[in-house]
Design a protein around this ligand. Sequence first.
Ligand code: NAP
Length: 281
Amino acid sequence: MAIKIDGKALAAKVKARVAAEVAVLPRRPGLAVVLVGEDPASKVYVNGKEKDCAECGIRSFGHKLPEETTRQELLDLVHQLNQDPEVDGILVQLPLPRHLDEKEIIRAIAPEKDVDCFHPVNVGLLSIGEPMFLPCTPAGVMEMLREYHIPVSGKRCVVLGRSNIVGKPMAMLLTQANGTVTICHSKTEELASYTCQADILVSAVGKTNFVTADMVKDGAVVMDVAMNRNESGKLCGDVDFAAVESKASYITPVPGGVGPMTRAMLMQNLLTAAKLHQNLK
Ligand code: NAP
């Protein structure tokens, strides 16, 4: 039976570490959280981030804008936040309403305040192994592997999904940790032939019960990034947890796995940004 990786407990530990460092900074860090529109899930995420900030002693500046906010109004706000010395990180909650171009807005954020690590400059720095920030979700997965002393070096790692937010940066971090990484996606043929070889399998597809026990090698480490809703509206991952749990050596639950770690790593990035802006190492 697999050991369940406790993301909630580890996230609390990471946040406590951040809070201790924040407490001795000359200036309190600040996060600007921009929410455009009324998307209920986004509101929940934003509330969670504001709560995390409070726990870590970080100030949060909420900017809740109406659905009909224009491109120029949003760009003006981002430019203003870029200049604001009290703001160390800027987070624009995605998805944005359809009339706004997410790529353009992300590119408008100053890279040294891009705590989501979505700006092309930060993606580039990550890809050459000189990151300013680490992308929150993949960094959360790496932190879990470290905490549980799970070796990555030399291991076969398979990442399901190639999104800019999860799959690609996940593969990058695993490669930098000396894993041998394969990325699979919707056009991959004979998917199970890859997953069955994985020592570490990371799933970020977004489909309930997508990863079944016959796709997993005995003793594999299974990290489930997905946050899906099943037919009864319950939060679940990609992995058929009940069946895979008896085959894997380690497994992350959903909820209580990667999700809380993503939030904790955002706080870690805020600390990094604040130190950068206060010229501290
Ligand atoms: P996404 O942009 O929709 O990407 C999904 C990926 O899965 C794509 O690369 C897609 O391939 C691939 N895929 C789809 N069907 C497949 C199939 N049949 N076989 C193999 N690959 C397949 O989603 P995302 O933003 O990366 O998010 C993925 C999941 O993680 C979602 O459930 C999301 O809610 C969750 N998530 C969780 C957190 C967290 O904090 N835990 C953070 C971010 C996202 P193509 O590229 O070929 O289309």
